[in-house]
Design a protein around this ligand. Sequence first.
Ligand SMILES: *[C@@H]1O[C@H](CO)[C@@H](O)[C@H](O)[C@H]1NC(C)=O
Ligand SMILES: *[C@@H]1O[C@H](CO)[C@@H](O)[C@H](O)[C@H]1NC(C)=O
Ligand SMILES: *[C@@H]1O[C@H](CO)[C@@H](O)[C@H](O)[C@H]1NC(C)=O
Ligand SMILES: *[C@@H]1O[C@H](CO)[C@@H](O)[C@H](O)[C@H]1NC(C)=O
Length: 482
Amino acid sequence: MVAPMAMADSPLRPLLFLLLAALACHAADGHGHAHGLGVNYGRVADDIPTPHRSVQLLRAAGAGSVKIYDANRPVLRALSGTRLTVSIMVPNEIIVDLAASYAAADAWVAANLLPYLPATRVKYLLVGNEVLSDTSAAHTVWPRIVPAMENLHRSLRKRGVSRVKISTTLAMDALVTGAFPRPPSAATFRPDIAEAVMRPLLRFIEGTNSYYFVDAYPYFAWAGSNGTVPLDYALFNGGGRIRYVDPGTGLTYTNLLDEMLDAVGAAMSKLGHGRVRIAIAETGWPNGGDYDQIGASVHNAAIYNRNLAVRFASNPGTPARPGARMPVFVFSLFNEDLKPGPGTERHWGIYYPNGTAVYQIDLAARRPLSAYPPLPAPENDTPYKGPIWCVLAAHAAKKLNETAVGDALTYACGQGNGTCDAIQPGGHCFQPNTGAAHASYAFNSYWQQLRKTGATCYFNNLAEQTIKDPSYGSCKFQSSLG
Ligand SMILES: *[C@@H]1O[C@H](CO)[C@@H](O)[C@H](O)[C@H]1NC(C)=O
Ligand SMILES: *[C@@H]1O[C@H](CO)[C@@H](O)[C@H](O)[C@H]1NC(C)=O
Ligand SMILES: *[C@@H]1O[C@H](CO)[C@@H](O)[C@H](O)[C@H]1NC(C)=O
Ligand SMILES: *[C@@H]1O[C@H](CO)[C@@H](O)[C@H](O)[C@H]1NC(C)=O
C-alpha cells in the first residue's frame, strides 16, 4: 500500500495504475491461479480421489503448481492442458542406476518426461526425496546424487528440453543444528556431507540456475522447542510483537520459517554458494495428530497455510534475502492414511480423502484473512497431561480384517517382555477371546513398554490412541502415566 500512495503525484502514476490493474485482472482470473502456492500431491493412501478429481481440488484451492513423488502416468495425464506447473520426483531407488549410466538417465527421460511435454507443464525434476536424511544410504546413494542429476541434465539438453530445472529435496537435518538452527547465521552443513555432497550439489545448482529445495517445517521446530518458542511466532501470527535478533548479523526475525530459510542460506554461503536460490519443497502444519502431540489442529493448520499464502503472494523474501522470489509447496493435498509414524503424519491435508476441505483456503491469497468463517478452537496448544492408551482403531474394528489384525497381534506379542501374558488362556484379559479384544490389549501393552524408544501406536493403521480407559472387569490396561 505504501508505494502507490507515495507515488500519487508522480508522472509514473498512469503506468503504475495500468500495472496494478493488470495484476488485479490476473489475480482474479478464475482459470489461472498462476501465482498461488504449490501443493504436494502425495498418494500414500488407499482412499483418495482420482487424479482427475484431485486436479479439480488443486484448482479449487487456488494452487499455482503441484509437486508429485513419482512420474505417475495417470496423474501427469490429468495435469495436461492445465496451467498448473509440475514438479516430478525421481525415486530414491533409481538414483544409483541413473548415475551409473547416461543411457539409463536418457531412457528415464524418454519414458517418464517426454511423453507429457509440453501439455503437462513440467518445471522441476527433483532427484530423490530427503536422501541425505537416510544414513544407511551414505556410501551408496549420497555420492551418486549429483552424477544422476548431471546425466539427467545432459539428456534434457540433448533433447532440447530447456525449461525443466533439476534439483533434489533436502530436509533441515542437512544442517548441523537440524530442525531449529538458531542463530541462523551460525548454521553450517553437517561435516559428513559438506564437502563430499553439498559442495558439488551447490555447484551444480548454481551452474544450472536451479534452486536448493528444502523441506522446512516450523511445526517440528516449535513442537520440539519445549515451550521456548511462542506458537504465534511459528504461525506467522506475531505481527511485529515477537522478534528474534540474530546476534551474528543483527537481522531481526518475526517468524520461525524465515530463520530456517536464512540458516540454509548461511550454510550455503560458508561453502561459497551464498547466491543459490532457495525453494520450499515442503512446508505446512498438521491438522490433527495423537494425544501426545501438541499443536496439531485444524485451527493451527488453517492459520499457518493461509498466512503462508498471503505472505508469499508478495514475494517478501527473508531478512537476509529481502524480496527473493521463492517457489513454495504446501504439504499436502490429502490426509494420507497409509503413512506410518505418529498421527500427525496422516494429517497434513488441506482435503480429507473424501474430497471435503478440512478448512477453507485460497492458496492464491485473493481472499482476505478476515473473510474466512470462524475455525474450531484449538484444544492441544499445550501438552496433554492425562493418561493415554493405544487400542485397535475404531475404523479397523468396524471392518475387521482378521489376517491383518492377526499379523499385527503376532508382531506386538513378539516385542518387549511379557507383552501378551494377560491374553493367554487363564490370563486376566483372555476373555473375550476375540482377535479384536486381544489386539487392543497387545497394541497397548507393546506401546506402553516401547514408546520411550520411539515405538508408535500405528500398526499399519490398525491402532489409535485413546484417552478413555479400555480396562474392563479384572483386565487392566496400563496407561501412559504408569
Ligand atoms: C521442558 O521444559 C520443562 C519446564 O520448563 C522442563 O522441566 C523440562 O526439563 C524441559 N524438557 C526438555 C526436554 O527440555
Ligand atoms: C468427509 O470426511 C470428513 C472426515 O472424516 C467428514 O467430517 C465429512 O463429513 C465427510 N464429508 C462427506 C461429504 O462425506
Ligand atoms: C487384509 O489384510 C491382508 C494383510 O495385511 C491384506 O493382504 C488383505 O488385502 C486385506 N484384506 C482386505 C479385504 O482388505
Ligand atoms: C526385557 O527384559 C530384559 C531383561 O530384564 C531387559 O534387558 C530388556 O531391556 C527388557 N526389554 C524391554 C523392551 O523392556
